[in-house]
Design a protein around this ligand. Structure first.
Ligand SMILES: Nc1ncnc2c1ncn2[C@@H]1O[C@H](COP(=O)(O)OP(=O)(O)OP(=O)(O)O)[C@@H](O)[C@H]1O
Ligand SMILES: O=P(O)(O)OC[C@H]1O[C@H](OP(=O)(O)OP(=O)(O)O)[C@H](O)[C@@H]1O
Ligand SMILES: [Mg+2]
Length: 281
């Protein structure tokens, strides 16, 4: 049975469960459940703190897991990224009082509060900066106000938390993070992990694309197919009226309306958009 660790709480928990559900796996109903067996898919799910997931996967006690890239790198565990999952996006950044620091070198000799000490110590060392890292469990934005640090390094999503504390980011982002599927370094990717990866890829693709159907005058099929080339090749079907053809192709969701406008201008009509529930490419 494949053993998969999934976030039990926090920013990644709900989206991870949603993705696994769409990929055809069982998900827990009760947030107190810690282990869930999915006999149909021969999978056992362990609901763990995302910060701990890299540790379990790295130690080999579970086969793979979902966590944040930032948490994976912070853990220093022997786990590697299999694929990015397209949710839980954030940046990891330094911030301080406006005007106090402009770049990472300005942190030298100062105190940096963070709950990602591994990540920050490595980043400072890579930049040859010597500073004191203050390890906190959360709410690090308050550390400056309360006088235990001069600078913080934390997850920034919208930036609202920083703004509320009158802080500003400085320097380049330390890291761009998102949720990732991880497995143990050095291990072979088993057939079971390969199936999981294929299912999750199917969910991501289904979310990124929509199915477009339209009718187009027969003489314009080539031009229309150039606008909607699909992933391999669009399906072109004859219509009862021989002067028209029907075309079906997957198009990127975020370009749907621009593509519909182009097709309409070309002369296509009856342009329909449908969500893709699942796919295997
Ligand atoms: N707004 C956000 N706040 C915190 N983490 C976020 C956010 N958006 C995405 N993430 C990602 O979620 C992961 C952190 O999740 P985790 O559950 O450890 O912390 P959390 O969401 O702050 O939960 P809590 O602090 O309540 O335990 C990281 O990979 C982080 O990059
Ligand atoms: O850029 P924003 O959209 O404001 O999001 C980022 C903030 O959200 C998280 O805090 P959380 O609420 O999880 O509290 P914590 O610091 O105690 O983990 C994170 O640690 C940042 O503080
Ligand atoms: Mg938090």
């Amino acid at each position: 049975m494949l053993r998969i660790a999934v976030p039990n709480k926090g920013s990644l928990a709900e989206a991870s469960a949603g993705m696994l559900r769409e990929a055809g796996y069982r998900v827990r109903r009760d947030s107190k459940e810690l282990v869930l067996v999915d006999p149909d898919n021969e999978v056992e799910f362990f609901y763990l703190r995302p910060r701990d997931i890299a540790v379990y996967v790295g130690s080999g006690t579970v086969d793979c897991g979902i966590t944040g890239r930032d948490l994976l790198l912070d853990s220093g565990s022997a786990a590697i990224e299999v694929m990015a999952l397209g949710f839980g996006a954030s940046t990891f950044r330094y911030a301080g009082r406006p005007g106090e620091c402009a770049e990472v070198a300005d942190i030298a000799g100062r105190r940096v509060a963070t709950s990602y000490a591994g990540l920050v110590e490595k980043h400072l060392a890579d930049h040859g900066v010597s500073a004191q890292v203050v390890r906190l469990d959360g709410a690090v934005e308050t550390a400056i106000t309360l006088g235990v640090a001069d600078v913080i390094a934390d997850v920034v999503e919208t930036g609202a938390t920083l703004r509320s504390q009158g802080l500003e980011v400085f320097g380049d982002p330390i890291l761009r993070s998102e949720a990732v599927l991880i497995r143990r370094e050095g291990s072979h990717e088993t057939a079971a992990v390969e199936v999981l990866r294929r299912r999750l890829t199917g969910v991501i693709t289904a979310r990124h694309y929509v199915m477009l159907d339209y009718d187009v005058p027969a003489g314009l099929v080539e031009q229309a197919c150039a606008i909607t080339p699909g992933l391999e090749s669009p399906t072109v079907s004859p219509l009862q009226n021989k002067e028209w053809a029907a075309v079906r192709a997957m198009v990127p969701r975020n370009r749907t309306n621009a593509i519909m406008d182009e097709l309409y201008d070309l002369g296509a009509r009856a342009i329909l958009v449908t969500d893709i529930a699942a796919c295997r490419l």
